[in-house]
Each structure stands twice: as C-alpha cells, then as structure tokens.
Design a protein around this ligand. Structure first.
Ligand SMILES: [Zn+2]
Length: 81
C-alpha cells in the first residue's frame, strides 16, 4: 500500500482540536476523528489513538482520498460526551 510518513508528534491533540465523524466508528468502538485543518491528504483515525488513549495497532484508518466520511454535523457525532 502507500508509503507511511511518520511526522514527529510533539504533543497529543485535545478533543477541541479534533473533528469527529458523524457516525463512523473504529472497530474498537471509539469514534473516528481527524485533526482540524489537516487538509485533503489527511485521514480519519481512531480518536482513541489520536488522543493517546490506545496503542496503535488494531484500529481503523480511512484516507480522505478513498473514503467519504461525513464529519460531525447537525448533532450527529461520535464525539465522546
Ligand atoms: Zn480504535
């Protein structure tokens, strides 16, 4: 598959810095999320991984280029409450 480029991660994003998917969740049950302003090359990742609550591994990832996932809107969100 495509090349994975690891960017240095200085700190974890906070919940406020993430956009959550409206309905799509990772296989682990957490909502899918991406960082705000990530751009068209970004991807949806498991919010637990982004937030550092889970180790990377058995989680889902959906690149923007191949999946059209609606972000949270009109009260529909997978954001934890
Ligand atoms: Zn997950």
């Amino acid at each position: 598959m495509g090349q994975v480029i690891q960017l240095p991660q200085l700190r974890r994003p906070t919940l406020d810095e993430l956009v959550f998917a409206a309905t799509v969740r990772c296989r682990c049950g957490a909502g899918m999320a991406c960082q705000k302003g990530i751009g068209p090359q970004g991807k949806w990742s498991c919010s637990d991984v982004l937030l550092g609550n889970a180790d990377t591994g058995d989680h889902d990832e959906y690149g923007f280029f191949s999946y059209e996932i609606k972000s949270e809107q009109d009260g529909a969100t997978t954001r934890p409450r």
